[in-house]
Design a protein around this ligand. Structure first.
Ligand code: CA
Ligand code: CA
Ligand code: CA
Ligand code: CA
Length: 223
């Protein structure tokens, strides 16, 4: 797409008229149309008129500095990022558009910026890097187990605590093996010494925020 400013010499004469190349182009306030998707900004707020009309019904309903969805990214920023100015979390990853653009450097239109399978907001919970696909919360490749014990290890980050469950059949659910494991960066591990037989077994590791490092998740800790 070509973006041309609505200033001479690009648009210097002529009256309102239909975009002949793009009849559907919502170019209703342009003073002229050169047939490209030019940048038309009649109220000079650096937000394209067609976007203002699309999102705010009229070019007078925002000057670009307002923040309609109060996500800390103003309407001009939403236009520049192509995010929804009426949805504080356009990609539904748990982080606001403003936080993604202004603080975390993640893509506000891609819930999994680094494509590692963990959405950005969950990477924040885990303490992994949402812009690095090699930084991911996952159990390490386990050593060879024995019929009586099995060891799991995973990357750990301070300010978190962990819990481990085991299942023999997903239809019958999981059994809690341990909880309130305080983070011991860079790695936490748990030895399941109560393996009842040859398996197979399914394990899952929970992570929760634990600001005071006492092994009790923030959500259950009044301190
Ligand atoms: Ca906003
Ligand atoms: Ca988001
Ligand atoms: Ca990710
Ligand atoms: Ca990552």
């Amino acid at each position: 797409m070509w973006l041309l400013h609505a200033l001479p010499p690009w648009i210097s004469h002529g009256g309102p008229r239909t975009d002949l190349r793009h009849p559907g182009h919502s170019n209703i306030v342009s003073v002229a149309d050169i047939g490209a998707d030019e940048f038309v900004d009649a109220d000079a707020d650096n937000v394209a008129d067609h976007w203002e009309i699309l999102c705010f019904a009229a070019i007078t309903n925002t000057d670009g500095t307002a923040d309609a969805d109060t996500d800390q990214l103003n309407d001009r920023g939403e236009y520049e990022q192509a995010t929804d100015p009426h949805d504080g979390d356009t990609d539904n990853d748990g982080w606001t558009d403003g936080a993604e653009v202004l603080s975390y450097g993640t893509d506000p239109r891609n819930s999994d910026t680094d494509g590692d399978g963990i959405i950005d907001g969950d990477e924040g919970l885990c303490g992994t890097d949402p812009t690095n696909s090699s930084s991911v919360f996952a159990v390490f490749e386990p050593p060879a187990g024995t019929p009586t014990q099995f060891e799991l290890a995973w990357p750990s980050v301070s300010g978190r605590c962990y819990a481990v469950d085991r299942s023999t059949n997903l239809l019958s659910g999981f059994v809690a093996l341990t909880s309130n494991l305080v983070a011991t960066p860079q790695t936490n591990s748990f030895l399941d010494s109560s393996v009842p037989g040859p398996g197979p077994y399914l394990y899952r590791v929970h992570v929760a925020l634990d600001d005071d490092g006492d092994g009790i998740p923030n959500y259950a800790d009044p301190e």
